[in-house]
Design a protein around this ligand. Structure first.
Ligand SMILES: CC(C)(COP(=O)(O)OP(=O)(O)OC[C@H]1O[C@@H](n2cnc3c(N)ncnc32)[C@H](O)[C@@H]1OP(=O)(O)O)[C@@H](O)C(=O)NCCC(=O)NCCS
Length: 415
């Protein structure tokens, strides 16, 4: 019998088989106990979770769901997200991923979803399916002794304060703060309730060791929760001298004052000589907040959120633009989903984007548009790489003037 691809049933047995296959692909603990089954029941969209089955065993997994991605200017834009993609080592490179991905994108397009989003485990997997990297992450390491020498990040003067919070309070107040923060930072995605339950230990899955984090909130003078940080610590001593490291799990701030206050707080915890702050925006305030920017070292930088256009006019009219201008984009798409020639007329007041038969200014594959969409990638850079063609001299510069954003997009979450 061949491999059958079908929706996963909500029975314990089917969910456990799906989880085991996913864990084999991700090289994580495959046990599906009560916690995992409860988590899956809450996390999965049964109408978009597929498995490939052979002789009663699940050998490939694919999970779709709808999420919102914040686009430049603040609107939350629905995207057909992809996650939980695995093919067991026994069945790799026989086209199973392709058999799950292609119909998913076709169905998303048919139901009017304008783009798809995912986080790529490995860079080379998804370009062929029309995705391009749209946001990047930087991991920072702070040498707190050096950061403190010319001065810690100044404490804000807005009479706010940092208070410790238990996980119950984080569960209660964190989601609302996140809702505010994601409206002011493009690239961020929906955090469903299940995200908070996992982050605060309500779900403790065997695949990730649980350590209760310390949490602190920043309260503005009027008591509004404007910031949240959660972190764990490693209690290490050398020759009787503390040499402890903090690992930041999450740091959200709705105002620059909150951001400054939370970094001030972290940098001044006694005994701490180093802070690991992973998954920050490449243009995070942190290095310039401390007196000595060299006290903050980027230790890793990698692509994070990938986007795949499905409906170019819907995408391009959803976001805002900092400048006025027009461009004719000829979008190529071997799968036909986003292909077409479109006239974009954009400005700070809004944009229109319609099919056109005018001469193209730029010819580009759908994946390149995915990379440009949130304003992080440069069209001039992609032209230099041969990944888009300038039919009208200067068109790539015009594209950058229109599409690029003052702050870089940031998606801190893994989904
Ligand atoms: C990545 C993975 C899902 C690919 O599944 P698969 O069924 O082997 O993929 P397909 O057979 O449909 O491959 C389609 C094409 O992509 C290529 N491809 C697939 N995975 C690739 C990878 N990791 N790197 C480079 N190319 C890859 C294949 O070679 C094939 O190319 P071709 O059409 O030119 O021959 C599978 O290898 C896997 O589970 N890996 C471990 C978990 C993982 O990384 N998951 C992705 C999470 S985002």
């Amino acid at each position: 019998m061949g491999v059958e691809i079908r929706l996963v049933e909500q029975s314990d047995e089917d969910l456990a088989r799906w989880w085991r296959a996913r864990s084999i692909g991700y090289l994580t603990d495959p046990q599906a106990g009560e916690q995992e089954l409860a988590y899956l029941r809450e996390a999965l969209d049964p109408s978009r979770t597929w498995g490939a089955f052979e002789d009663g065993r699940c050998v490939a997994t694919f999970r779709g769901f709808v999420q919102e991605v914040t686009v430049p200017g603040g609107p939350l834009f629905a995207s057909a997200a992809v996650s939980g993609v695995t093919v067991s080592p026994t069945h790799r490179r026989r086209g199973l991923l392709t058999r799950m991905m292609e119909p998913y994108l076709r169905r998303a397009k048919e139901s009017g979803e304008a783009m798809s989003s995912l986080i790529a485990a490995e860079y080379p997997i998804y370009g062929r399916f029309g995705y391009g990297p749209a946001t990047w992450l930087t991991d920072f390491r702070v040498d707190t002794l050096r950061a403190a020498r010319p001065g810690l990040p100044a404490e804000p003067d807005d009479r706010g304060r940092v208070v410790l919070a238990d996980l119950e309070r984080v569960r209660r107040e964190g989601p609302e703060l996140h809702e505010r923060v994601r409206r002011i930072r493009h690239g961020m995605v929906t955090r469903p309730p299940v995200w908070w339950k996992k982050a605060t230990g309500e779900y403790r899955l065997a695949e990730s060791a649980w350590q209760e984090p310390y949490c602190a909130l920043y309260l503005a003078a009027d008591g509004t929760v404007d910031g949240l940080v959660s972190y764990t610590a490693r209690d290490t001593w050398r020759n009787g001298v503390p040499d402890c490291v903090l690992d930041v799990k999450d740091l959200l701030a709705a105002t620059p004052a909150a951001e400054r206050a939370l970094w001030h707080y972290l940098c001044s915890v006694d005994w701490v000589t180093g802070i690991n702050a992973p998954s920050r925006a490449p243009d995070d305030l942190l290095p310039l907040l401390v007196g000595d920017a060299r006290a903050v070292t980027p230790t890793a930088c990698s692509d994070h959120l990938w986007l795949r256009p499905l409906d170019v006019p819907a995408m391009l009219t959803a976001r805002s633009y900092q400048a006025e201008g027009s461009l004719v984009l000829d979008v190529h798409d071997k799968d036909g989903l986003a292909a077409g020639r479109f006239l974009l007329e954009a400005g700070p007041e809004g944009a229109s984007c319609v099919p056109t038969d005018r001469t193209a200014d730029l010819v580009l594959p759908a994946a390149a548009l995915g990379s440009l969409y949130l304003g992080d990638e440069s069209a001039v850079r992609l032209a230099a790489l041969g990944r888009l063609e300038e039919e009208r001299p200067g068109a790539a510069t015009t594209a950058d003037t229109l599409l690029r954003t003052s702050r870089r997009p940031w998606c801190p979450d893994i989904f």
